[in-house]
Ligand binder design. Structure first.
Ligand SMILES: NC(=O)c1ccc[n+]([C@@H]2O[C@H](COP(=O)([O-])OP(=O)(O)OC[C@H]3O[C@@H](n4cnc5c(N)ncnc54)[C@H](OP(=O)(O)O)[C@@H]3O)[C@@H](O)[C@H]2O)c1
Length: 324
């Protein structure tokens, strides 16, 4: 069962504003469609066995509890020696994105996972909805104005209380990050956004680098359809993969890693988990990067579900501050 010597070592990257190191490749914990908790828990154990140490969940994925059970098991049976060897992220859901609900929401997350702290806690979307149990999609009439300053101050409290080693955001535009940086006492360590060869986000990545905010790529393979989307179906990526004797998924993940960002990829299949780890002992050439740059661009996750004709965010142009 031991991982030592049998699986590739995943490089880590130091977060600027939290003092913790994040493995640059993590396992996404958003199965779509949902799966039984037992499947999720076994995926966590398989993942640890093949070498993953970084897990990315969120309250709205409803996998916190099963991830927590997997963690308890890998610790109890000695597959990992201590909690410190793992890097665990979760995210604040929009119904808890209110100043007085942030710390209680994180405490509930920790209770669900039977953990004392998270390595990283993120604001999932810069959106608020009527307080209540986590629900997706959000009802049109339930959206409320988002109090960035109040919610971020409460996120800072989470870090000060030791409930999260680092704090950050997700789905933030450059404009929202600018606003946040003017009010933050603790700047965000991470901005988790969609990044893949069909939505390359060059400008946002450069902006984040200039502010020492690490970008984490979500949907690096183009999302849960895996195999039926722009990334996996790209002829350019297929050509590169064939020439290098790699898979399209490996080329897409290696491309993400070579952007100097972290990547979270979801697979609950042990062979594909292993395959996705096989990206650290080879490189893409500048010619291959050039070809990937020519791939037509568009978001997979366009954010429509976070807008409502009733406001406060009516259109995706507003949601993304025109950065679309
Ligand atoms: N912050 C946010 O708003 C946000 C939004 C979306 C996602 N995320 C996070 O990012 C994670 C990853 O994104 P994602 O789940 O949207 O999509 P993804 O990782 O791009 O793709 C996952 C899909 O690809 C398949 N797959 C994985 N490895 C493969 C391989 N080597 N070959 C072929 N197919 C493969 C998976 O199926 P199998 O499991 O069957 O292998 C699954 O269907 C999520 O799980 C979540 O943690 C965050």
């Amino acid at each position: 069962m031991a991982n030592e010597g049998t699986s590739p070592k995943i490089p880590t990257i130091q977060l600027s504003h939290g003092g913790v190191s994040m493995p640059v490749l993590g396992l996404g914990m958003a199965p779509n469609p949902p799966v039984p908790d037992e499947v999720t828990k076994n995926a966590v154990i398989d993942a640890v066995e093949v070498g993953y140490r970084h897990f990315d969940t969120a309250t709205i994925y409803f996998t916190e509890k099963a991830l927590g059970e997997g963690i308890t098991q890998v610790l109890n049976c000695g597959m990992v020696k201590s909690r410190e060897e793992l890097f665990i992220t979760s995210k604040l859901w929009v119904s808890d994105a209110h100043p007085n609900l942030v710390v209680p929401a994180l405490k509930t997350t920790l209770k669900n996972m039977k953990l004392e702290y998270l390595d990283l806690y993120l604001i999932h979307w810069a959106v608020s909805a009527k307080p209540g149990p986590p629900v997706y999609p959000i009802k049109q009439e339930d959206f409320l104005p988002f109090d960035l300053k109040g919610v971020w101050t409460a996120m800072e409290e989470c870090q000060r209380l030791g409930l999260a080693k680092a704090i950050g955001v997700s789905n933030f535009t450059q404009k929202k990050l600018q606003q946040l940086l003017t009010i933050a006492t603790i700047p965000p360590a991470v901005n988790q956004v969609e990044v893949n060869p069909t939505w390359q986000q060059k400008e946002l990545i450069n902006f984040c680098k200039s502010k020492h905010i690490l970008v984490t790529a979500y949907s690096p393979l183009g999302g849960p359809l895996g195999g039926h989307n722009g990334v996996m179906e790209s002829n350019i990526l297929k050509e590169i993969a064939k020439a290098k004797g790699k898979t399209v998924a490996q080329v897409a993940l290696r491309w993400g890693y070579e952007q100097g960002i972290a990547v979270v990829v979801k697979s609950f299949n042990k062979d594909r988990m292993k395959q996705n780890l096989g990206i650290f002992d080879w490189k893409l050439t500048s010619d291959e990067h050039e070809k990937i740059r020519s791939i037509p661009q568009g978001r997979t996750c366009d954010g429509t579900d976070y807008t409502s004709p009733l406001g406060p965010v009516c259109t995706i142009e507003e949601l993304w501050d025109g950065e679309i």
